[in-house]
Structure formats: C-alpha cells, structure tokens
Design a protein around this ligand. Structure first.
Ligand code: SAH
Ligand code: SF4
Ligand code: F3S
Length: 441
C-alpha cells in the first residue's frame, strides 16, 4: 500500500502568502505529502490566512467553520498559517477546537515537525518571531514552480507602520534577503524556463538600505537585468516615500524592466496622509509620478486607495478623487478603512460611518471604472508586446500580459506559451484586452 498523503492548501491574502504556500508545499513534500486540488480528499488541509482588513479575517473563520462537521466524518489534519495565525496564536486553537496546528509567519520551517506531532495527536501553536540571522537563512525559495513567470521574495516584513496597517505586527520587522541568493534563485528559475520575475516585498524600494554592504534595490535590478534569457522584470510593492531617483532612472535605463509600477497613494489630502503616517505629501507623490512618467513615458501606474479613514471629510475625500484623475491610474485597489488590532489609527477619533465610507468607495470605484475603460479603449489598434503565459480559462485562447501589466487574450497556437509576441489590440474590456497575433514582420 502506498503511504502517499494528500495536501490541500487554501491561500488568502497577498502574494507573500502565495509564496509562503509554495514553500509549505515544498517543505511538506519531504514529509510525504503530495498537493491535491481537492480538499475533500486531503489528509492535511493548510489554510494560509490574511488579516489586513476585518473582512479578510472573518472569511478565515467562516472558511474554518466548514471543516467542523467534516472532521467528524473522516480523519484529516487541519492547520492554519499566515497573518491571522500570527495575530491570534494559541487563541486560535481555543476558538477553533477542531484545528490541529497553528504556525505564524516566521515559523514555516517548524511545519514538518509540527505536522508529525499533529499526526500523533498533539495540537500546537508556534508564532514566535525569530532572530534576523535565522530569518536570513530561511527565506522562502521556490525552485520547482515551473511556468513562465515567477515571484521571488527579496524582503520580508515592514518597518513603515502606516497607522492603519497590521502588516508590521503580523510580518515583523523589515529584512532584506541576501542579493547573491536572490540572483542565484533568478538564474535557476531562468534555467528552468522562467521568462519573467516579479521581485516581491512589502516595500521593495527600501531593499538593502539597512543591510551594511548590500546592493540598493536599483543595484539589484541592474544585476538581475544582466541575466541572459530573462526577458522581463517587475516588482511590487513600492512605497512612494522610498522611491529613489536611482530607481526611477532604472525605468529609463533597463529595457527588461516592465513599464508598470504599483505605487499606492492611499489618499489625496495632506491631512489624511499625515495621519496615515505615510511620510509624503500629495505634492511629493505627484512629483514622483511625474519623474516616473519622464523616465518612461508609456509607464502604467496602478495604486491603492483607502476611503473613510478616521477624520476624513468630504473635502479630504474629493482630494483623493482629484489625485486619481491627476495620476490617471490604469487601475486601483480600493478599500473602506477597517480598524485593526494594535494599530495607531484604531484609536483615532472621527470615525466615518459605514454608510458614508461605502458611498465614498462607490464613488472611487465608479471614477476608476471610467478611467480604466477609457485607458483600455486607448490601446485598440496599437501593437503590444505580450509575454504568453498560458491557455485562457475558456481553453480556446492564449493569454499573457503587456509590459504595462494588462491582460491580453488572443487566439494562437499553444506552442507560443513562454514566448514574447506582438499582438494587435482589437478590443478593450474592463478587466482585459482582446487582440490578434500581429503578422510576422
Ligand atoms: N505593503 C503594501 C501593501 C500592504 S496591504 C504597501 O504598502 O503598498 C495592501 C493594501 O491594503 C494597502 O495598500 C492599503 O490600501 C490596504 N489596507 C491596509 N490596511 C488597511 C486597513 N486597515 N483598512 C483598509 N485598507 C487597508
Ligand atoms: Fe502596511 Fe504601510 Fe507597510 Fe504597506 S508600507 S505594509 S501599508 S505599514
Ligand atoms: Fe494579508 Fe498578511 Fe499579506 S495581512 S495582505 S496576507 S502580509
């Protein structure tokens, strides 16, 4: 009889968690677990969680609730990792009695041992932050993901303490991974067929600054750009306060660096930006945007916006709308402010009512929808270079992305997956573009 065990991972939250889930799968392979897309067949279910907003946290509890009955029907282990795990620790074991193990954002490496204990019936929570030396040695590295594009973690944690944000509390202090290791991982990925890498961190712009002798982020980009066979480089996320002239110059100097940047402003009014502890004014933000557009005139900019931050007046809010229009984002993620445990903003006066926040969110979204549609329509009849990533869900088209990070669907031969091709855009939709393969020149 085979002793193969099946592992199902459900991932909530950001790319950090997606990357960590890949790492979990790799670690548990060593324990005899093979990934399955079918939770109902799994011997071990791991839920990787997000607590950035209250809603995200609630989603985790309702998701875990589903397994209560199932646990009575058949034997399997249930584990929770990620940011809610970090935030709640052993309290989660109490609150969810059918849970077998809880591991925090610094404790992935303990998972094999914890799973072994859980197999013996021992319930455990491990959420201690670990020292920097150990952290440096434990950066998630994914070598066998396959595919055309790959995320590569360059830093973890965050020291910015934006007043609304729980990330510094659940991910810990900022730490930059050794550049030699990053470059080595990218080389390995490229040798395995990867054509595009996205360098990942909560605030990549401050990469290396606190590590004596380390490259700056711009220096790292230049080194990676020199790797033969790699076609494209992206990065996310950038904090506007830390984007340096040296980094902006990379958009002019490095052809492999894609013409897209995610540069969250969060708000358009100086009063709100100050209370958010963002470290820049509206004018400083707009100056950085102008410098980026000067370095790469076709750069596409996306961002994040929070509405209903404590004390946000109608006038503050109108300044967010006008900032969006000035920048002309291709797209944004927009959120209603959600108070988070431990954060400074949670105790600020001037709560905006839910009704008001929802109404502002709708106005932000309506404006962005309009700008996105107009932006997408502007690409019709242009020719875009697209890196083909795979077959579309419908199965009759290929899909890929432009340098500006727009998704393009087009009919062509599947053998083109992994290639850079020229596509003439024929239609713009709210979330993607449609095109046709341009004839070979
Ligand atoms: N490190 C990244 C993003 C982290 S979280 C950055 O700084 O850009 C992703 C987004 O969630 C943030 O940019 C912010 O817009 C939003 N967000 C974070 N905390 C929030 C909160 N308490 N309420 C509402 N939105 C929040
Ligand atoms: Fe949160 Fe601010 Fe850090 Fe981004 S930069 S993770 S919003 S504290
Ligand atoms: Fe969520 Fe944690 Fe990412 S809180 S957004 S999964 S860092």
């Amino acid at each position: 009889m085979s002793d193969e065990k099946l592992l199902y991972i459900e991932t909530f939250g950001c790319q950090m968690n997606v990357n960590d889930s890949e790492k979990v799968a790799a670690l548990l392979k060593g324990e005899g677990y093979t990934p399955t897309p079918d939770a109902s067949a799994a011997d071990l279910i791991i839920v990787n969680t997000c607590s950035v907003r209250e809603k995200a946290e609630h989603k985790v509890y309702s998701y875990l609730g589903r397994f209560r009955g199932l646990k009575r029907e058949r034997r399997f282990l249930l584990g929770v990792g990620g940011c809610v795990a970090q935030q709640e620790g052993a309290r989660l074991l109490k609150r969810v009695p059918w849970l077998d193990l809880v591991f925090g954002t610094h404790n992935l490496h303990l998972l094999p041992e914890m799973v072994r204990s859980a197999e013996q019936g021992k319930r455990r929570a491990a959420v201690d932050f670990i020292d920097n030396e150990t952290r440096l040695d434990l950066f998630p590295r994914v070598d066998d993901g396959g595919g055309v594009t790959r995320f590569v973690t360059v830093m973890q944690g965050c020291d910015n303490f934006c007043s609304y944000c729980i990330v510094p509390y659940v991910r810990g202090r900022e730490i930059s991974r050794r550049s030699a290791e990053i470059i080595d991982e990218v080389r390995g990925a490229v040798a395995g067929g990867v054509r595009e890498v996205t360098l990942l961190g909560q605030n990549v712009n401050s990469y290396g600054l606190k590590m004596p002798g380390e490259l700056t982020f711009a220096g790292l980009l230049r080194e990676i750009s020199a790797i033969d066979g790699l076609e494209r480089i992206r990065f996310t996320t950038s904090h506007p306060k830390d984007i340096s002239p040296e980094l902006i110059a990379c958009f002019a100097e490095l052809p492999k660096l894609c013409g897209h940047i995610h540069l969250p402003a969060q708000a358009g009014s100086d009063a709100i930006l100050a209370r958010m502890n963002r470290g820049y004014t509206r004018q400083e933000y707009l100056q950085k945007v102008a410098a980026l557009k000067a370095a790469r005139p076709d750069i596409l900019i996306t961002g994040d916006v929070i509405v209903g931050f404590p004390g946000e007046t109608e006038d503050d809010f109108l300044q967010t709308l006008s900032l969006m229009e000035e920048v002309r984002y291709t797209d944004i993620f927009s959120f209603a402010y959600s108070p988070r445990p431990e954060t400074a903003a949670a105790s600020l006066p001037g709560r905006v009512t839910r009704k008001e926040a929802t109404e502002r969110l709708e106005r932000v979204q309506a404006l962005q929808r309009e700008m996105t549609i107009e932006r997408h329509a502007g690409f019709v009849d242009t020719c875009q270079q697209v890196l083909v990533e795979g077959m579309s869900k419908r199965g009759d088209q290929l899909y890929g992305r432009t340098g500006g990070n727009l998704i393009v669907n087009f009919a062509a031969d599947p053998s083109l997956v992994g290639s850079l091709v020229d596509v003439r855009i024929t239609r713009g939709f709210p979330n993607s573009l449609l095109g046709e393969l341009a004839p070979m020149q």
